[in-house]
Design a protein around this ligand. Structure first.
Ligand SMILES: Cc1cc2nc3c(=O)[nH]c(=O)nc-3n(C[C@H](O)[C@H](O)[C@H](O)COP(=O)(O)OP(=O)(O)OC[C@H]3O[C@@H](n4cnc5c(N)ncnc54)[C@H](O)[C@@H]3O)c2cc1C
Length: 476
């Protein structure tokens, strides 16, 4: 088959007769997606006495941070996030690199997070082992009595009209048994890409849309690229650092040049950053060199492989884009691993140990909910009567590294049109620059999950819809 024709629709359609879909489970709260947001929502609602079903496509909860291998163990934000970090630590899932066990890391040009530190300065970089963390998270859901369905893909919704609004009655899933329905009173969209919102026909802005003035003329509406993370073991970093110093080659540029001339580096690997032309300036765009961070244990590092920005891939809603990203990023990972082993001292015995189960989306659909939190809300330090937390202070690196103190209203958790659906994690009603630049990190996504789980359980307890719930007291 000609690959370029692979996904080209002929326009022909097939009629699918349906005899109905079996309802295989029924719960107070149905959570779709078990990332940091969905996991915490399910746990909180179950602990508040609700029956809860969690629908997860892969084999464990944790989303980008386990199935996607991310594993950054940022300090606890309170509630379930702190509990999770404590549990990971108690169960031996956390690995911490510092200046003693990883000298020459602080200030190293290859260090994803720690490149900006003064060389030789003290540092502490903690990560959790994504695989063992996933085991702990599976157990925590079991302990709370959540009915978790793994290997189950959410594919559709059943809606019921109630006046001007609609109510979701069932989530349609596909798993080894075929197509099934899960019935619920309240639903939580924890898909990370607002997939439930999209299937329910509620409004959202596509990734890459509404970009700031610097790129509004961009006809491609390029989303902030997603990425596939991978892990390599058997690395002798002391030897890498010795080479960097000996040859005065901090970013491995000399080795990259040699490999490029030999045809060992494809053009998309080690591309320059877009130097301020992109939506987020210098950040994340392109990989001028190896981009890595210690994880799991000595000699093991996680590496970043981002989608080339100029490809403008919408992986969350375009199957051809998603397939292209998967194929291309695996090829780039393969090429990068081969380059490292062949050319870079210290990598001779290194090997690929994991590739993320999915390509993470950084800038997918952004629901347009009952309130859309914008950068102006952060800049003006806006306060809300329905604030979900006490005022938070965060650094907006896209906004010239300014620190803003602000609140987030409960209405950001409520999509329009569907009155028994709650948003969470990366699927909140935020503009893309607020969500990408600050408000989609692991601790906050776990907190927002807990907030959504609390709202779902309170709605069930009070016999009201999430939209009717009066939110007057911050949860955190
Ligand atoms: C490449 C990358 C690097 C990142 N780096 C960092 C970092 O260094 N530090 C940090 O704090 N944050 C980082 N983030 C951000 C953070 O990981 C995300 O914002 C966060 O994981 C979002 O949480 P979530 O629960 O909303 O969604 P996700 O983590 O995406 O989880 C969504 C879950 O839903 C499941 N799902 C999706 N669709 C379906 C479906 N149809 N049916 C069933 N299940 C489904 C998925 O399998 C997944 O488990 C990164 C994100 C990406 C993509």
């Amino acid at each position: 088959m000609n690959p370029s024709k692979q996904n080209t629709s002929s326009g022909a359609r097939v009629a699918q007769t349906s005899t109905g879909v079996p309802i295989v489970a029924e719960a107070d709260v149905v959570v779709i997606g078990g990332g940091p947001g969905g996991f915490a929502a399910a746990l909180r609602a179950a602990r508040m006495g609700c029956s809860v079903v969690l629908i997860e496509k892969y084999d464990m909860p944790g989303g980008v941070h386990t199935s996607g291998l991310q594993g950054a163990a940022n300090p606890g934000a309170g509630g379930i996030h702190t509990e999770l970090m404590d549990r990971f630590a108690a169960e031996g899932c956390i690995y911490t690199a510092n200046e003693k066990n990883l000298p020459d890391w602080a200030g190293n040009a290859l260090a994803h997070y720690d490149y900006y530190l003064t060389p030789g300065s003290p540092f502490s970089r903690s990560s959790f082992n994504p695989e063992s963390a996933g085991c702990v998270m599976v157990r925590m859901l079991e302990e709370a009595g959540v009915q978790a369905m793994y290997g189950a893909s959410f594919v559709d919704v059943v809606l019921e009209r109630h006046g001007a609004e609609e109510r979701m009655t069932d989530a349609i899933i596909e798993n080894a048994s075929g197509r099934q329905a899960v019935r619920g009173k309240v639903f939580v969209d924890g898909s990370g890409t607002a997939e439930v919102v999209a299937r329910a026909g509620a409004p959202f802005v596509r990734g890459g849309g509404r970009q700031p003035e610097t790129v509004t003329s961009d006809p491609m509406e390029r989303p902030i690229p997603g990425g596939l993370l991978w892990i390599m073991s058997g690395i002798d970093f002391a030897q890498v650092a010795a080479y960097q110093k000996r040859e005065n080659d901090p970013a491995l540029s000399k080795l990259i040049d040699v490999a490029r001339v030999a045809g060992d580096i494809p053009p998309e690997l080690y591309r320059p950053k877009l130097a301020g032309q992109g939506v987020y300036g210098e950040h994340y765009i392109g990989h001028p060199t190896v981009d890595m961070s210690p994880i799991q244990g000595p000699g093991t590092f996680i590496l970043w492989q981002n989608v080339p920005y100029e490809w403008a891939l919408h992986m969350d809603d375009d199957a051809e884009h998603a397939s292209r990203a998967k194929k291309a990023l695996r090829q780039l990972i393969d090429a990068e691993a081969k380059f490292l082993v062949k050319y870079v001292p210290g990598f001779e015995k290194a090997f690929i140990t994991h590739v993320g189960r999915y390509v993470g989306v950084r800038d997918g659909r952004h629901p347009v909910g009952e309130y859309v939190f914008s950068i102006d809300d952060a800049r003006s330090g806006r306060r809300f009567p329905d604030a979900v937390t006490q005022p938070m202070t965060k650094t907006f690196f896209w906004d010239a590294y300014t620190r803003h103190t602000f609140e987030v209203p409960y209405r950001c958790f409520l999509p329009q049109k569907v009155n028994n659906l709650l948003l969470t994690g990366a699927s909140l009603s935020f503009t893309f620059e607020t969500i990408f630049m600050v408000m989609r990190n692991f601790p906050w996504c776990t907190q927002t999950g807990e907030i959504a789980g609390f709202a779902a359980a309170e709605s069930v307890r009070q016999g009201v819809l999430p939209k009717e719930l009066k939110w007057t007291t911050p949860l955190f």
